[in-house]
Design a protein around this ligand. Sequence first.
Ligand code: PLP
Length: 399
Amino acid sequence: METFDRIGVSLVIGRREGYRFWDVDGRELLDLHLNGGTFNLGHRHPRLVKALIDGVQQWDVGNHHFPSEPRSLLAEDLAALSPSGALGRVVFTPSGTEAIDVAIRSARWATGRRRILSYDCAFHGRAGLGAAAGDDKTATLFHSTDPDFTKIPFDDLQALESELEKGDVAALLCEVIPATAGFRMPDTPDYHRRAKELCERHGALFIADEVQTGLGRTGTLWAVDGFGVVPDVLVTGKGLSGGLYPIAAVLLDETASGWMEVDGWAYISTFGGSELGCVVAREVLTMCTSSETQENVRRVADLYHRGLAELAERHRTVAEIRQRGLVIAIRLHHPWGGPVLARHLFANGVWAMFCGFEPSSIQWKPGLLVDDRFVDESLERLDKALQQAAGELESDQAP
Ligand code: PLP
């Protein structure tokens, strides 16, 4: 909050609908952050609102000690949609952070090892094992850094192998396209597939954190599908909730889910797999996997690809556009270009988030269902913001 005020973005969100929201004074903003993909299908999509309202006539949070119809149906859907259908067991949690916790614990159980590798530019949540796996700042603040977590550079197979060779690694926790680091894509050919092979060779599991990249955003349901990787564990959250009812999930293969046979209560949570969250999430999956949505993602990705290339050509402050489907980042030459551009976009009626671990960049995260008018409007506003920011972006002053 304090960070946003410092860069000149002061916002209290009021009304919201589709891919637009209005601040409490009634000023309209296009949502190009979507809270990390939570609103992939738009704010308060009528189909999702209906699923929730219909659901509440029959269901509630449910009792987490017993089987439940909505929970079982969602688990079946997720297992069937998992990479190669190989992750046949599902654990529900109230948040992505807690899902990461379960993923790590499952890997530790399956391997009998404690050490976790993760990328030094990744984000996995702000509590427990997820916080320990991400950027050290939060863990340090709370005196809770953890020696069982080792951070390695992204896109560096040698660094990965030299840690795996020590023989004590339970898992590589992989944020498939690190969002906070500006949606970095691996340069190494076949990077993720080769990383998975190295994990297999050294007896470690591969956990895919798809909290941001999953549910159709990259052009495939899961980003790992597009990279040709079948992980041992996959974590999804944010958009699974439809932006209406908190729910996240961990998809596990047979080995990683073995602990359930030993102690089915080893992880349970009152709100994990809340039945109302499950009915909304089933509708989310139906919508994300429909051919209309997939076709729209391809079409809109192509429109942005061309539109952003044209803007990058005209605005010499733009260094690079990174894109995979609707996972897009704009990197500026200025080391603090992200916050500067975020402020100018905000003034022009666009909310887009700068990248915390790579402040030269901004995330440009359109929804899966946006139409041509939205694409045109957002590109026009970006064009204006880049023109207005040019002076600042060409100086060497930090904002
Ligand atoms: N993993 C990634 C990649 C995320 O972006 C986030 C949240 O931003 C999390 C995990 C944690 O999810 P949650 O905020 O639901 O706890």
